[in-house]
Design a binder for this molecule. Structure first.
Ligand code: ADP
Length: 183
């Protein structure tokens, strides 16, 4: 099963992704985690991505597309995967469709975690990750609205969008997600 998790920073994508991959036995591919690992280990990718991430800006499309293209071709992705934090722009979504088309593993469900802005702001305050300073958070939310939110219409038009209420207990939300992807 090929899944995409979609939602603003702080929507709970990462947390819910962990539950779903455990339940379905597929790997979680988080471009944010891969980029943070590259920054900590000081690779060329990390040197390019680090300052952009610290400022709450998106990393260039070609870099993240390259990461995902390599990752989905690994043998552990044979039975599917869950993409968390990718695609984040229309060009990323278009590139993904090409890559997955070649592998004959199309996206089946795009799960959009719906969380009101006020709740997002509250959650981000409490998170305390290095790239979670107030200015960075604001920038990431702006980037989300400008570049990532249009993906909702893009995937809705393809019949792939499953909207799920992202406010509730972790187990409640996980149950909603499971039913949305088993319909
Ligand atoms: P969150 O969980 O708050 O949504 P992520 O961990 O997914 O954040 O991403 C952290 C940062 O990594 C982003 O602010 C961005 O700089 C970079 N990043 C992650 N995924 C992508 C992507 N698909 N395209 C561009 N930049 C990305």
């Amino acid at each position: 099963m090929q899944l995409v998790f979609f939602g603003p920073p702080g929507a709970g994508k990462g947390t819910q992704a962990q539950k779903i991959v455990a339940a379905f036995g597929i790997p979680q591919i988080s471009t944010g985690d891969i980029l943070r690992a590259a920054v900590s280990s000081g690779t060329e990718l990390g040197k390019k991505a680090g300052p952009l991430m610290a400022a709450g800006k998106l990393v260039p499309d070609d870099l993240v597309i390259g990461i995902v293209e390599q990752r989905v071709a690994q043998p552990d992705c044979d039975k599917g995967f869950l993409l968390d934090g990718f695609p984040r722009t229309i060009p990323q979504a278009e590139a993904l469709a090409v890559v997955l088309g070649k592998l004959n593993k199309p996206i089946q469900h795009v799960v959009s975690l719906e969380v009101p802005d006020e709740v997002i702001h509250e959650r981000m305050k409490g998170r305390g990750r290095a790239d979670d300073s107030p200015a960075t958070v604001q920038h990431r939310l702006d980037e989300f609205r400008r570049l990532t939110a249009p993906l909702k219409d893009y995937y809705a038009a393809k019949g792939l969008l499953r909207t799920v209420n992202g406010v509730g207990s972790l187990d409640e939300i996980a149950a909603l997600i499971k039913s949305a992807i088993q319909r």
